[in-house]
Ligand binder design. Structure first.
Ligand code: AMP
Ligand code: TRP
Length: 337
């Protein structure tokens, strides 16, 4: 039987952080055992908030190099590519925008949160972005879409858009689009901010102290862990709703040290913050060290990165174009030969 396919992406806005790694990237690396993986840098999504053209391309390359450094294997089962290099994304994005009811988009939590921050200047792209995300996914007919918890609503919307397209333009025996399934792992699906355990760790938080970036040098990681928010209670424990920071930091330690929850709960039960914080910082530094080393090696050879992205574009383009043609035909467009 043919291997199943996964598709996922990360926006190349700013630096990737531990939330991106534990919620998405690290899972993709594991999933390569069982799936063919299509992974991309969502640079069309990166302009839904005001952006700086002088850093857009650099951030895209940086993100690609981090995928490779984390263990995405483009020589065997994985394809990485830049979203804007495959024009079918914009085109299918438009077709899907036109069949998506406005109120579905207005209900998206991420839109509401980001729109509030931008006030009156908010662009229409921020509203339409989930229809573009649906296009990103549906073009590749993936079986599973591995993402963090925050993307669950966008995945549900993608499924609703699929039903609508198939109802309006397909037949039960010949659906236009293949229904994708989200894949959200419980552990690591929602890493919280270091400065507020009730908010997710995010690239858009104005404070850099709220997150650990994958390329932060060891001294900076130590400083961020030292300064992170804690509480005055004695002993450390998981799952106490009154202690969200404690739960988050123990979870980070558990994930970065590859231990079970039970083992970490026992090891840390009697610890104070003064003992735990250096242990956590060291574990993160050591966990990220090989990725950082590999990253710098990859960035030393831009020709290699270029060739990976070119191969990725060719493979992605071939698949994406087929799906796009099918949708256009179903919607009544002629396809020039
Ligand atoms: P973004 O940075 O918004 O492009 O997110 C890229 C991927 O990382 C998506 O699969 C997100 O669900 C995941 N992600 C982002 N922030 C977090 C977080 N704090 N915890 C877990 N996963 C996250
Ligand atoms: N919207 C996602 C995020 O902000 C990134 C993304 C864009 C994505 N297109 C995608 C993730 C398709 C999975 C599949 O995190």
């Amino acid at each position: 039987m043919a291997r199943q396919r996964i598709l996922s992406g990360i926006q190349p806005t700013g630096d990737l952080h531990l939330g991106n790694y534990l919620g998405a990237l690290r899972n993709w690396v594991d999933l390569q055992k069982d799936y063919d993986c299509f992974l991309f840098m969502a640079d069309l999504h990166a302009i839904t908030v005001p952006h700086d053209p002088t850093v857009l391309a650099e951030n895209t390359y940086k993100t690609a190099a981090i995928y490779l450094a984390a263990g995405i294997d483009v020589d065997t089962v994985s394809t990485i590519f830049v979203q804007s290099h495959v024009t079918a994304h914009s085109e299918l994005g438009w077709l899907l925008t036109c069949i998506t009811p406005l109120n579905w988009l207005q209900d998206m939590v991420q839109f509401k949160e980001k729109a509030i921050r931008q006030g009156e200047k908010v662009g229409a792209g921020l509203l339409c972005y989930p229809a573009l995300q649906a296009a990103d996914i549906l073009l590749y007919e993936p079986d599973k879409v591995p993402v963090g918890e925050d993307q669950k609503q966008h995945l549900e919307l993608t499924r609703d858009i699929t039903i609508r397209m198939n109802d309006q333009f397909g037949t039960p025996d010949d659906p236009v689009l293949k229904m994708p399934e989200p894949m959200i792992r419980k552990e690591g699906a929602r890493i919280m901010s270091l400065t507020d355990g009730s908010k997710k760790m995010s690239k858009s938080d104005p404070s850099d102290l709220s997150r650990i970036n994958l390329l932060d040098p060891p001294e900076l990681i130590q400083k961020k862990v030292k300064k992170c928010k804690t509480d005055p209670a004695r002993g450390l424990e998981f799952d106490n709703p009154d202690r969200p920071e404690c739960h988050n930091l123990l979870s980070l330690y558990m994930l970065m040290s590859n231990q079970t929850k039970k083992a970490v709960a026992e090891e840390c039960r009697e610890m104070g913050w003064g003992q735990f914080k250096p242990l956590l910082a060291e574990t993160i530094v050591e966990g990220l060290r090989p990725i950082q080393e590999k990253y710098h090696e990859i960035r030393g050879d831009e020709g290699y990165l270029e060739s990976v992205l070119q191969r990725g574009q060719e493979k992605a383009n071939a698949i994406a174009h087929q799906t796009l043609s099918k949708v256009k035909q179903a919607m009544g467009y002629t396809i020039p030969s």
